[in-house]
Design a protein around this ligand. Structure first.
Ligand SMILES: Cc1ncc(COP(=O)(O)O)c(C=O)c1O
Length: 373
């Protein structure tokens, strides 16, 4: 079955008791046991599972091509649980361009969790091979990456990881399974911040892990989630499930808008560089073409000049909204270093754009006036 069909029909069984087509939201936090004290209808307590969340998990597994999935309260909760499945003493490779929250997680928490890490440019496969150690248990990849839109060769990374008995995890938040399915390229686990495109309307927080196999790793992550408690709320699960139904059409339109904006910016005299994997000039364009069916709605660019010049351009937008986050129907723009705050390694003149579903001409017109001196 094709992605579009799975996105509509997975986790979408008609409600047995009423015939309702739209899935019910089961808000119950606890479920009746039978006279023998068993959770005979499959549910016991919300941290163990909930029928609405289960529908979402069925859909997440189906659209990413995994055997199982877990939904979380946020993308950070999902990533934290995955890392907490690792035994003490494990070593993790992190990409040099990585969502700053995970870098902070590594810097602030790995030591107390008994983990070590090194940062590598994952596009340099020899450097990855050199960085692998006996105790390396996981290569953490993000493709395209935040905020530089680097695209890495997932099949090559999976091969390196598996040769050494390690796992490959891919944060696919920017691409979504509508455009890229890392499990098809060899990844063992896919991570999403569902707060972004999966929800799609800037009104829900969530995270997801999708597992290639329903194996011991999945069971361990399920256990860690249950004990640490970062499950999604049923209402959020319902909103994310609803978002998944329209993911494909949104991503197609947002990719077209982002490409049009990237092309416009790449010819603008006030723009020093544009980072968008859909541009033929992007250093990873060929890998992106192989791995992705379109190039996504995210891009970033360097404003020629200083931090103040970049901030001033962002200050002048009228249609874009100045805000962090991404993946909603409305276009957002941000001065990334300011959003990341102290410890940011992002260039001071970098601006990040999340292309929404407005008309591309209107978005380009807005950037044109914002960049005019
Ligand atoms: C690529 C990426 N991964 C993960 C996250 C974290 O997700 P959340 O904010 O849902 O915890 C973000 C948030 O911006 C992100 O951009």
């Amino acid at each position: 079955m094709h992605f579009e069909t799975k996105a509509i029909h997975s986790g979408a069984a008609v409600d047995e008791s009423t015939g309702a087509i739209a899935p019910p939201i089961h808000l119950s936090t606890t479920f009746e046991r039978n006279a023998e004290g068993e959770a005979s209808r499959g549910f016991s307590y919300i941290r163990d599972g909930n029928p609405t969340t289960l529908r979402l998990e069925e859909a997440l597994a189906a659209i990413d091509g995994g055997e199982a999935a877990l939904a979380f309260a946020s993308g950070m909760a999902a990533g934290s649980v995955l890392l907490q499945t690792l035994p003490r003493g494990s070593h993790v490779l992190l990409p040099d361009d990585c969502y700053y929250g995970y870098r902070r997680l590594a810097e602030e928490f790995f030591e107390q969790w008994g983990l070590t890490f090194d940062v590598v440019a994952l596009e340099d496969l020899d450097a990855v091979r050199r960085a692998m150690r006996e105790e390396t248990k996981l290569i953490w990849s993000e493709s395209p990456s935040n905020p530089l839109l680097k695209v890495v060769d997932l099949a090559a990374l999976a091969e390196i990881a598996h040769e050494r008995g390690a796992l490959l995890v891919t944060d696919g938040t920017f691409a979504t399974p509508a455009l890229q399915r890392p499990i098809e390229h060899g990844a063992d686990v896919v991570l999403h911040s569902s707060t972004k495109y999966l929800g799609g309307h800037t009104d829900v927080q969530g995270g997801a892990l999708i597992f290639r196999r329903r194996d011991a790793l999945f069971e361990r992550a399920n256990h860690v989630r249950k004990i640490t408690g970062g499950v999604t709320s049923p209402f959020n699960a319902w909103l994310i499930l609803r978002g998944i139904r329209t993911l494909s059409v949104r991503l197609r339109a947002q990719s077209a808008n982002a490409l049009a904006i990237a092309r416009f910016l790449s010819t603008h005299p006030r723009v020093e560089a544009v980072f968008y994997p859909g541009l033929e000039s992007h250093p990873n364009h060929e890998i992106a073409r192989r791995q992705m069916s379109a190039f996504g709605g995210m891009l970033s660019f360097l404003v020629r000049g200083t931090r103040a010049d970049a901030l001033a351009a962002v200050a002048r937008v009228r249609l874009f909204t100045r805000a962090t986050s991404l993946g909603g129907i409305e276009s957002l723009i941000e001065h990334r270093e300011t959003s990341e705050g102290p410890g940011s390694t992002t260039a001071e003149n970098l601006v990040r754009v999340s292309a929404g579903l407005e008309h591309a001409d209107d978005l380009i017109e807005d950037l044109k006036q914002a960049l005019a001196v």
